[in-house]
Design a binder for this molecule. Structure first.
Ligand SMILES: Cc1cc2nc3c(=O)[nH]c(=O)nc-3n(C[C@H](O)[C@H](O)[C@H](O)COP(=O)(O)OP(=O)(O)OC[C@H]3O[C@@H](n4cnc5c(N)ncnc54)[C@H](O)[C@@H]3O)c2cc1C
Length: 311
């Protein structure tokens, strides 16, 4: 929301020759609670921005996308929001304040579409600072972990002072930069269900240096007796939100995931993709490269499924 609350003002009693002064924009308070209860109490006021790594928030505040009069609640000291764990039943839980570098390098869980996305965000400095929760809550259509959240069927835990709800990833994103999260809610955990398949995320950028995705594709495949029994394909930078491409996923099911069936399914991502023309690419070019990126993502997911990775 642009900050229009602090326009230029003149000094009191100023005449025609007086100096024009600019009022300092009001800045909210900075708070760094050490426990979740205190954090949620601050958020309950409804006028505070959550600060995780700050790699997006600081820019958003500077550009007036976030009201600078809002308080800032820094979540880095709340230890239960960090870390990656694998439960006995195979469920993966990722704390929302886990930094992307830790996620990209983890050995706690096998490489998957979400860890692939984490490894591609910015440079190592950005990944050391930025968090998975920040990437998800920023809800950029080009966010690199978002398609993985959808392809792995992950759920997001949203907690306020008085309630907890767990929502499927695909219900979370409502538009560019918009989600169903209420201002008093904190994303606390990303919960990836038990699954015997493999997943992967691939993206296209014009250069290998730091860049945002022109398009990205995450895929999940599960195999039994040589045939695909479940599959999901999700796209980033291809619509107003990250989206599942159901035609592509459904086309994989029942096949042996040979080259021809993967290529045919990959082509079907175009039934879902509605990319735009912007500074990073044209709609036409995005639609041209999407099937190739989808083929690559499905191929790596298949290798991982066959390689015995848990997911
Ligand atoms: C140089 C540079 C390169 C980048 N490259 C990429 C890239 O290649 N791919 C990519 O996807 N992104 C990229 N980004 C964007 C950014 O680094 C990521 O989106 C990062 O994951 C944001 O995490 P953060 O912890 O810094 O979030 P913050 O900046 O702290 O927060 C981002 C938003 O999420 C909210 N938020 C954060 N955590 C929570 C929570 N737990 N609950 C509720 N709300 C929360 C904040 O209030 C804010 O609105 C880049 C940024 C920079 C500066």
């Amino acid at each position: 929301m642009p900050n229009n609350k602090h326009p230029e003002t003149k000094s009191p009693g100023a005449g025609a020759a007086s100096t024009l002064v600019m009022s300092e924009p009001a800045h909210g308070q900075y708070m760094r609670p050490s426990n979740l209860h205190e954090l949620l109490t601050f958020l309950d006021r409804g006028s505070a921005s959550v600060l995780a790594g700050g790699t997006d928030l600081v820019v958003m505040r500077a550009e007036g996308m976030v009201d600078r009069a809002y308080d800032i609640v820094d979540i880095k000291d709340v230890s239960e929001l960090r870390g990656i764990s694998l439960s006995a039943d195979g469920t993966i839980t990722i704390g929302a304040a886990t930094c992307l570098r830790e996620l990209a390098k983890t050995t706690v869980i096998a490489p998957n579409a979400i860890t692939d996305g984490a490894a591609l965000v910015g440079g190592w400095q950005t990944r050391a600072r930025g968090t998975i929760g920040g990437n998800i809550c920023r809800a950029s259509p080009a966010g690199d972990t978002l398609a993985g959240v959808l392809a792995t069927n992950a759920q997001l835990e949203l907690v306020s002072r008085t309630s907890t709800r767990v929502v499927p990833g695909q219900e979370f994103f409502t538009g560019p930069g918009r989600t169903i999260r209420e201002p008093n809610e904190l994303l606390t955990r990303i919960i990836v269900p038990v699954s015997p398949g493999g997943s992967a995320y691939q993206r296209f950028t014009y250069r290998n240096a730091m860049d945002l995705a022109v398009v990205g594709v995450a895929a999940y495949v599960e195999i039994e007796d040589g045939r695909c029994v479940a599959a999901r394909v999700a796209l980033s930078a291809s619509a107003a939100t990250p989206v599942l491409a159901p035609d592509a996923g459904n086309a994989l099911v029942g096949t042996e995931l040979d080259e021809a069936s993967i290529a045919a399914a990959a082509q079907l991502v175009l039934n879902t993709a509605t990319p735009i023309d912007d500074g990073r690419g044209t709609r036409a070019h995005r639609r041209t490269v999407l099937p190739a990126i989808a083929r690559r993502a499905i191929g790596i997911a298949l290798e991982r499924a066959l390689g015995g990775h848990q997911r």
